[in-house]
Ligand binder design. Sequence first.
Ligand SMILES: NC(=O)c1ccc[n+]([C@@H]2O[C@H](COP(=O)([O-])OP(=O)(O)OC[C@H]3O[C@@H](n4cnc5c(N)ncnc54)[C@H](OP(=O)(O)O)[C@@H]3O)[C@@H](O)[C@H]2O)c1
Length: 331
Amino acid sequence: MGYDRGMRAITIPEPGGPDALVWSEVPDPQPAPGEVVVAVRASAVNRADLLQRQGHYPPPAGASAYPGLECSGVVAALGPEVTGWTVGQEVCALLAGGGYAERVAVPAGQLLPVPAGVDLVDAAALPEVACTVWSNVVQLAGLTRGETLLVHGGGSGIGTFAIQLGTALGATVLATARSAKQDRLRALGAAHLIDYREQDFVEEVRRITDGRGADVILDIMGASYLGRNVSALATGGRLVVIGMQGGRKGELDLGALLAKRASVSATALRSRPVAEKATIVTGVREQVWPLVEAGAVRPVVDRRLPLADAAQAHRLIESSDHLGKVLLTLP
Ligand SMILES: NC(=O)c1ccc[n+]([C@@H]2O[C@H](COP(=O)([O-])OP(=O)(O)OC[C@H]3O[C@@H](n4cnc5c(N)ncnc54)[C@H](OP(=O)(O)O)[C@@H]3O)[C@@H](O)[C@H]2O)c1
């Protein structure tokens, strides 16, 4: 990526708390071959952005140094060898970084059209959760109609999308969430809510499924839930770990896993090669966008804040008082 002129972006001169996010003048991105520059209308906060701000999650090689894993906006320039997109087109995009900025360069394979019926700003709430949930729950774990999906952190950006997608695909969705969020998650399609602070989720999953367990578990806790997740799996169950909020090293009971003929996988989206991301984006466009356009899956937006106030948005996510996505907007 080369640069000229200038724009404003949220930078992180020194890692730290929310005030480490600084609204700064930076060089303008230029599209490399195969890339498109998007004039950003909105970005969204992901939990990974908090880790990046604290210095624990550096951007992958070649990615923008600024935070922001997704955006919506308008195509502002096309790099060499880009076909299928036009300047002025409204899009949203999966990014490896750089969404907290007025403009960002992105591989063309990571662009998506704004789904019909979705506002341009709200479209920024979709790429990261749609690509993460679809690639893990459908592509990897192979969730099918009639199965039971357990979503941990149902009130998160990821969770609110997973509840809707699982329900739209004909699964019975169970979710863990604090009680204050449960009514809104029921309205999104969750059949049963488990307050992880008050209830034992393994017991609850067994009770709700008449002892069978969950066919697929989408987990964001990692080590602290590993043993209990394996206990909560059905025979032939698939546990997919996408977050390590409860630590990275846990003990895995292989005996329990093989008795159930179950599997455990873990994936990260951000560091995947551009070609793999493009494949995921194509799958999302073909299989998830029609559900969004039909109204079965919608962006769940807690609130919109100006991008320059990104520190306030990070404080909100840290408090976990939000439900769904917090958007960062530009005029
Ligand atoms: N691997 C990947 O490719 C990938 C991509 C995107 C996101 N992620 C991961 O997915 C997770 C969600 O991301 P996000 O940006 O959507 O997060 P978020 O909106 O900040 O939500 C975090 C959630 O964690 C929940 N939580 C905290 N402690 C819990 C516990 N003990 N049991 C169950 N839930 C608990 C909170 O629930 P309450 O508010 O109900 O307490 C909250 O809903 C993060 O861990 C993130 O790193 C991974």
